[in-house]
Design a binder for this molecule. Structure first.
Ligand SMILES: [Cu+2]
Length: 152
């Protein structure tokens, strides 16, 4: 039943998929989940090739029960995640979603995401456009470790 519902959703989205979009998702991936983790996140660079600012307002995936747009803020000496209502993509610019910064947070996952898998994700923009993307699952170092660029 679930597969049938997904196929139907795919058909309904076709008109949007065929329309040329100004938004392109580069370097798109979901973080593979460690045995101890119960959440995952999706990262990408959203390029806006249009002359108008665009706004990502929500994302969804059949793989997760709840999806939120998140940012990371510094609260004193502590880095904290917080939900944001939208992510703006400047005209002829881009928004970078990366570990330790903006990301699409996945909660209530049906199963642990493993490297090599793929999940489907639909992005919804403020102008009503939706884009459905195939997101590969990759291993990512934790945000803190990744920020350490020191050489030995
Ligand atoms: Cu988060």
């Amino acid at each position: 039943m679930k597969l049938k519902a997904l196929a139907l959703a795919g058909l309904l989205l076709t008109p949007f998929a065929q329309a040329k979009s100004d938004i392109m998702a580069h370097d798109l991936y979901a973080r593979a989940m460690a045995p101890s983790s119960v959440t995952s996140a999706v990262f990408t660079t959203l390029m806006n090739h249009g002359d108008n600012e665009r706004t990502l307002i929500s994302a969804s995936t059949p793989a997760a029960g709840k999806v939120e747009l998140h940012d990371v803020i510094k609260d004193g000496d502590v880095m904290k995640m917080r939900q944001v209502q939208s992510i703006a993509i400047p005209a002829n610019g881009h928004a970078v979603l990366k570990p330790g910064s903006l990301h699409i947070m996945l909660f209530d996952l049906d199963k642990r995401l493993a490297e090599g898998e793929e999940i489907e994700m639909t992005l919804t923009f403020a102008n009503g456009e939706t884009q459905t993307l195939q997101v590969p699952v990759k291993k990512v170092m934790s945000g803190m470790k990744k920020m350490d660029h020191s050489h030995h």
